[in-house]
Ligand binder design. Structure first.
Ligand code: BG6
Ligand code: MG
Length: 232
């Protein structure tokens, strides 16, 4: 699926369910994941860069550790592997402990409020097992009709499982859902689910998304109105 030129824009298209990824779309938690993974890498005796951290976006905790150990050339026993998973998550949890609504990315509330005002069902589709506590901390829990997180899925993005489950829980056909995603694997998952994919981030990176916006400040009411089948 190629990206559609924004100028060509949308004809009114009624999309009735909207599914948001969490990390990188609603909050910038990638920096905290990075710090926790870097601490572990340093303890194990190697460096872990911001560029390498890009590979971790949208990827499950377990898979991240596998990649980290590949980067460091480290072979782990099952016991070490499990204890490093726990250690990383404990460090991550202590880093996000003080998160509050000031860490919600720009204009996220504006978009959530617009969709809510028009009675659009809203879902969260995240690979993170920490999605619920984070939504609580940033006080966005009440916007969502459905939450699917890393504790409920067995297949990681780009498998569409997380988004298909969210659509099923909302009682909406996948083709009537729109997904907001910042990760390449997440855009692929949305496309694989037959949903409309909207990338939040870099156009060059998210080239498979139907539309891409640098962030929600770029997404005006006109675009949102067309997305829900109304002209502004
Ligand atoms: C995704 C992040 O949302 O969640 C990944 O983009 C992260 O970087 C994954 O690894 C799992 O998160 P958690 O909170 O379960 O370790
Ligand atoms: Mg993400």
């Amino acid at each position: 699926m190629g990206r559609t030129d924004f100028n060509e824009s949308l004809k009114p298209m009624k999309k009735t369910g909207f599914i948001f990824d969490l990390d990188g779309v609603i909050v910038d938690t990638a920096k905290y994941h990075y710090l926790a993974w870097r601490k572990l890498a340093n303890e194990l005796g190697f460096e872990f860069t911001q560029e390498q951290n890009e590979l971790f976006k949208g990827v499950s905790r377990k898979r991240c550790l596998e990649i980290l150990l590949e980067i460091g050339g480290i072979k782990a026993t099952q016991q070490q592997f499990n204890s490093w998973l726990v250690e990383k998550n404990e460090d991550y949890l202590s880093l996000i402990e003080k998160m509050d609504e000031s860490e919600v990315l720009p204009d996220v509330q504006k978009v959530l409020q617009f969709l809510k005002k028009h009675n659009m069902p809203l879902g969260l589709g995240s690979a993170s097992k920490n999605a619920r506590p984070i939504l609580e901390k940033v006080k966005l829990m009440d916007y969502f009709d459905t939450i699917v997180d890393g504790t409920q899925v067995t297949k990681a993005k780009p498998d569409p499982e997380v988004f298909l489950l969210a659509a099923a829980q909302m009682g909406i056909a996948p083709r009537e859902c729109t997904v907001f995603e910042d990760a390449v694997a997440g855009i692929e998952a949305a496309n694989n689910a037959g949903m409309l994919s909207i990338g939040i981030g870099d156009k060059k990176v998210l080239s498979e998304a139907k539309f891409v916006f640098a962030d929600f400040t770029e997404m005006g009411d006109q675009f949102l109105s067309r997305l829900i089948g109304q002209t502004p």
